[in-house]
Design a protein. Structure first.
Length: 139
């Protein structure tokens, strides 16, 4: 034969059709998966869900009323109730942020899966649509 294996591989690697399919079905899906993973991690970090879970019972924005020196019952009760309200407010706001973050995380997951599958099947849908169009054109 006048050609060898290395020469055949070189010719195939320079073929634009082979390069297109290699890009479309191998390179680009990896990039899509990498971007999808980055979006999921960004959402977790943006809403700080692990931090919100760790500080679930902490007061909101570290608001805290001092008890003062000595024992003054009304002042002590006022500080205790104020601190309790700040903790309750922090818990409610953290619950809202955690649920919002988890909802968006699930939404990003499902939209990413749909877009990834659409990317993979779109060439087949294009070919199917062209075949269907020619079928209606002929008849």
């Amino acid at each position: 034969m006048w050609y060898n294996k290395k020469m055949a591989d070189t010719l195939l690697s320079r073929n634009i059709v082979v390069q297109y399919f290699s890009w479309y079905f191998f390179d680009q899906p990896l990039a899509i998966l990498k971007g999808w993973k980055n979006l999921l991690l960004f959402n977790l970090n943006f809403f700080s869900i692990p931090v919100l879970l760790k500080s679930f019972f902490s007061p909101w924005r570290k608001y805290q009323v001092s008890y003062g020196r000595g024992f003054d019952a009304p002042r002590y009760l006022e500080a205790f109730l104020s601190n309790l309200i700040f903790r309750f407010l922090g818990m409610i706001l953290r619950i809202i942020l955690i649920f919002l973050g988890l909802f968006l995380e699930v939404l990003i997951f499902f939209l990413g899966a749909i877009l990834f599958l659409l990317w993979l099947i779109s060439p087949f849908l294009l070919i199917f649509g062209l075949m269907l169009g020619f079928k209606f054109l002929v008849f």
